[in-house]
Write a protein that binds this ligand. Sequence first.
Ligand code: PLP
Length: 348
Amino acid sequence: RDDLRGQEPYGAPQLDVPVRLNTNENPYPPSPRLVAALSEAIADIAGGLNRYPDRDAVELRKDLADYLGNGVTARQVWAANGSNEIIQQILQAFGGPGRTALGFEPSYSMHPIITGVSGTRWINAHRDEDFGLEAERAVAAVEEHRPDIVFLTSPNNPTGTALSLDAIEAVLRVAPGMVVVDEAYAEFRREGTPSALSLLSGNPRLIVTRTMSKAFAMAGTRVGYLAADPAVVDALLLVRLPYHLSAVTQAVARTAIAHQEELLGAVQTLRDERDALVAWLRGEGLTVADSDANFVLFGRFPDRHRVWQGILDRGVLIREVGPPEWLRVSVGTPDEMAAFRTALKESL
Ligand code: PLP
């Protein structure tokens, strides 16, 4: 093939269109103030780039622990190139041939893909009709299959729905192995929606994963991280490649955390924009899943591809993902959302 852009198995084409609302990116690039700080941070370390970086990313882990709060210590934090690499390291440490990982579909497509690559067998369980997950359903699936790893995603991608602490605690009580709660979209939660971070103490088999790709608007930097028992971090140290996180990555990530006030201000803007979008879609008579994330799943379209194509023809790229009659749109800037609303209306 002569196309340099690979498309499989991730399935999210990177098309060159004016409005890209298909991969749940943060639409706000670094501000001039942040760009200046990032340039300074990189200039500060540039004279030492002949040396390998800190293998253990100690300073970054301290900053991430401070950011997480909830009593989380740097010893409980581990960082890698995106939460995708964190998930891969978890599977390398706790999965592998002869082991199993279970997830509740529809959910993040990379969980089964990375599971397969690691030689772990994937077990597909299902969410409720409304894309939530009742404790009883979750417990029944875990008791039936007794997987080595359970993946829970909250807020979930592509549905946007979040889990109750009851459901997570119920899974923790019966799971024979590790329980991963993927919280890539944690910062976009609505008021009152819980995080599994509060369950860390007393649950040594719980792993909470997070990312700087979304709320921190650093998808291009590739920093994901986890909070877990220190023994989990020790297990990942055995499988990580030495020096996996570059000095530049660590410096950029630390600078972004130092500017968290500004970055999290933009998160609030996106949450408001998300709520307005949900209300608008419902007002248009569409079915919309509850969203605690920076994207919204809406439907239902017997021929969703036609609607998706109509929107794309008007310069707006969204995503055909999840159950067959639904579409997912990421929350963008007010101008991008206006373009999306017009494109959708014209495509229906
Ligand atoms: N987890 C979930 C639920 C996601 O939706 C994503 C990305 O979209 C990721 C993890 C991976 O994010 P990253 O590797 O950029 O940290």
